[in-house]
Ligand binder design. Structure first.
Ligand SMILES: C[S@@+](CC[C@H](N)C(=O)[O-])C[C@H]1O[C@@H](n2cnc3c(N)ncnc32)[C@H](O)[C@@H]1O
Length: 272
């Protein structure tokens, strides 16, 4: 990696934030794999995004726990395929395995190749079907089906840290394609509301945070105010949703909510 820039580079920033939970006395999750992707440059990039805005890091730690918990539920419910869209440096395929469950990860060629190289260097057996591609430009299913994905099996999609970088039309198409092609699936994703994306929350920290992503070449485009409407428009139902603020109060009772962004940022799970 020469430079931590643009949407692809955001994966390194998120990975830094995720890794920092390991140092907590009672961590929300343990990720011993993610440090293999980190170095002085990733630390510098993450520190620049989070400077004066600790919520940046807490958001990622809390959402990681949410997706880990949903994944455990899906394993228990008999899911056979896990697809990670825009996987970046996600380590779940190594950290969280279940007999008979196959992982598919889609991301751009540079990210996929860096990930494969680091796993090989560290002699980590990562049972992943890596798919180097753009799931917006190519479509999710052409990429998956060319790589052995079986539309008949119950599947779980993790779409973490992605929706804000897409346009509304592209995000809706992802959901509609899933609904059209699969019988049994769940998709969990996170989303900002429109005020964060439009930088109109009135909180300086939240606005600066969004501006920093734009300055690194990764502007945010899509926010959701009405998740039920998104579900209805894509033929899906809301199986669950929570603001990051709700997760914070649940997992870290007693900690202060040091930004309003926790109430403007949510996670959810949709199903047919
Ligand atoms: C903010 S990172 C999140 C990475 C990871 N999901 C996580 O939460 O740690 C966004 C990732 O999505 C990838 N991405 C965004 N849009 C994509 C697309 N249309 N096709 C493939 N990958 C995409 C980027 O390359 C980047 O690795």
């Amino acid at each position: 990696m020469s430079e931590i820039k643009d949407v692809t580079g955001t994966a390194f920033v998120v990975a830094e934030f995720r890794a920092r939970e390991n140092a907590e006395p009672h961590p929300l999750y343990v990720d011993r794999i993610v440090p293999i992707f980190l170095d002085a440059r990733t630390k510098q990039a993450a520190d620049a995004i989070a400077a004066g805005f600790p919520a940046a890091e807490k958001n990622v730690r809390l959402r990681t726990r949410y997706f880990d918990d949903r994944l455990d539920e899906q394993f228990a419910n008999g899911c056979r395929q896990v697809v990670i869209l825009g996987a970046g440096l996600d380590t779940r395929a190594v950290r969280k395995q279940s007999p008979g469950v196959a992982y598919f990860e889609i991301d751009d060629p540079n990210t996929v190749s860096l990930k494969q190289t680091r796993f090989a260097e560290e002699r980590i057996d990562a049972p992943i079907t890596f798919i180097a591609g753009d799931y917006v430009a190519s479509g999710v299913f052409p990429l998956l089906e060319a790589n052995g994905f079986n539309c008949e099996l119950p599947s779980f999609f993790i779409w973490e840290g992605n929706t804000m970088y897409l346009t509304e039309a592209d995000a809706m198409k992802v959901l509609r394609d899933l609904k059209a092609r699969l019988r049994q699936f769940s998709i969990s994703f996170d989303y900002m509301d429109k005020a964060v994306v439009a930088r109109t929350t009135g909180e300086r920290g939240a606005t600066t945070f969004v501006e920093r992503f734009a300055a690194m070449g990764a502007p945010w485009h899509y926010g959701i105010d009405d998740l039920e409407a998104v579900a209805a428009a894509t033929g899906l139902t809301v199986a669950g949703t929570a603001t990051i603020g709700e997760l914070l109060r649940e997992f870290w009772p007693g900690r202060v909510l040091d930004s309003i962004i926790y109430e403007h940022y949510s996670v959810c799970t949709l199903e047919p």
